[in-house]
Design a protein around this ligand. Structure first.
Ligand code: FAD
Length: 409
């Protein structure tokens, strides 16, 4: 099947964390690789919430996808893939891209769980542009003396990080009031360490109301209606209740229903087609419930590319072994948590860890190739380091902060 081609054709749909890492593994001397993505930039999503407070700017979190892909010797098509068959991907411009093997890495989309009005009146935070919209609205409100009620819906990791950034920038502004809503009884209810009380203690004395154990029924221009009949007046509603599968999966018959993640075997092969591999957020690996996290997506991209090579060369594929890395969660400038499997550590100095992950991650994704490149990377990193990293490492604040480190289990 694959022997007739001099260079097998590999198409990667989606050039995010998973797709680009797969592309990095595949040598252009051996494979004819095409990466398809409608967006010109890859975005460093784990830090986009920092745009809300202004400590990060959009350009510090974006890398040019065309440059990255072409550096690898591959082809980049800036298009949306509409659907695929077992041998071609159909693009939004009508072009059909043939493949021997396809890697699907289309990530996820914002999940409003069908809540009435959420798409229209609440602000998602899944991209740099969406976080910039939130930042602009908050900034505009800060210029007026009128009361502004800000509500974050969703108190998981993303929601708590967004709330932390809102608090970082606006907690001292008297015209702001803050709400956080979640169906669970606790903040970060699915994370280890019972951090609810610790986070709340940081907001004592500010105008913050917690609406926990409450389900949102609808959103409109005045605010939020709760399922228990209550209501929350809200001028700026930030929506952060998780992820849903990208519609490409169902349109390509890789799933049966729109709400399903694509089932794959431990080699990342689709259950529907053996020459299609699905990775990153889009994938639901058999018997391996994985959190939708960038570090898993990166590892999956590398592992799937190796299995594609093995399939093409007739070797036995290898089952994926997920790594167990701690996750760093920031609560603005007030605290940072490192979440391990069964416990969590809290310390403001850990903020530097998240910044270091960001710095290393960007450099790994786009290693500088020339002095000009290096200067550009250093300039971006210095700008962000000046705002986030250096204040945390200031020796005096370090002394103040160290005793506050604490383990939660
Ligand atoms: C606000 C936020 C904070 C996060 N924080 C963290 C964190 O602290 N730590 C962590 O590990 N993870 C974090 N994550 C999760 C992490 O970003 C995701 O798990 C990771 O991005 C998944 O990688 P992926 O490659 O599967 O998808 P993505 O990185 O989302 O890439 C998917 C790509 O597919 C493209 N695409 C979509 N549809 C099509 C189509 N039809 N045709 C072609 N291309 C298409 C998209 O444009 C996109 O570029 C966070 C996510 C968000 C939104």
């Amino acid at each position: 099947m694959f022997g007739k081609q001099i260079k097998p054709k590999i198409v990667i749909v989606g050039g995010g964390f998973a797709g680009l890492n797969a592309a990095q593994q595949l040598k252009s001397t051996r494979y004819d690789v095409t990466v398809i993505d409608p967006s010109p930039h890859i975005e460093w999503l784990p830090n986009i919430h920092e745009i809300i407070s202004g400590v990060k700017k959009g350009d510090e979190l974006r890398l040019n996808r065309n440059i990255l892909v072409r550096r690898l010797g591959h082809r980049f098509l800036m298009n949306r893939a509409m659907e695929m068959t077992s041998s071609t991907v159909l693009l939004d411009n009508g072009m059909k891209v043939p493949f021997d093997v396809c890697i699907v890495a289309t990530g996820s989309v914002n999940n409003t769980f069908g809540v009435d009005g959420a798409d229209q009146f609440a602000l998602p935070m899944k991209s740099v542009e969406q976080c910039q919209v939130i930042a602009r609205k908050l900034h505009r409100a800060s210029l007026s003396h009128r009361t502004t009620r800000v509500t974050v819906v969703g108190a998981g990791i993303e929601g708590v990080e967004a709330f932390g950034e809102v608090m970082r920038a606006y907690r001292h502004r008297p015209q702001f009031e803050f709400n956080i809503v979640d169906g669970s009884e606790h903040l970060l209810s699915r994370s280890p360490g019972h951090l609810d009380g610790k986070i709340r203690s940081h907001t004592d004395g500010y105008r913050v109301e917690y609406h926990l154990g409450k389900k949102v029924e609808s959103v409109d221009h005045e605010g939020i209606c709760l399922a228990d009949g209550g209501a929350i007046e809200s001028d700026i509603t930030i929506w952060s209740t998780g992820a849903a599968p990208n519609g490409f999966l169902q349109r390509s018959y890789l799933t049966q229903a729109n709400h399903e993640w694509a089932s794959v075997n431990p080699y990342f092969q689709s259950e529907a087609r053996e020459n299609v591999f699905i990775i990153g957020d889009a994938a639901n690996p058999e018997g391996m419930p994985l959190a939708k996290q960038a570090f898993h997506a990166i590892d999956m991209g590398k592992a799937a590319a190796q299995n594609v090579e093995r399939l093409l060369t007739g070797k036995a594929m290898r089952a994926f072994q997920p790594s167990n890395k701690p996750q760093v969660v920031t609560f603005g400038d007030l605290d940072t948590f490192m979440l391990f499997k069964d416990f969590a550590v809290s310390s403001s100095v850990l903020g530097a860890a998240k910044e270091a992950i960001y710095t290393l991650g960007l450099l790994q994704m786009a290693p500088p190739r020339s002095a000009k490149d290096l200067l550009h990377s250093l300039d971006l990193l210095q700008r962000s380091a000046r705002r986030v990293y250096l204040p945390t490492l200031n020796p005096l604040s370090l002394v103040n902060k160290l005793p506050k480190s604490k383990v939660f289990s």
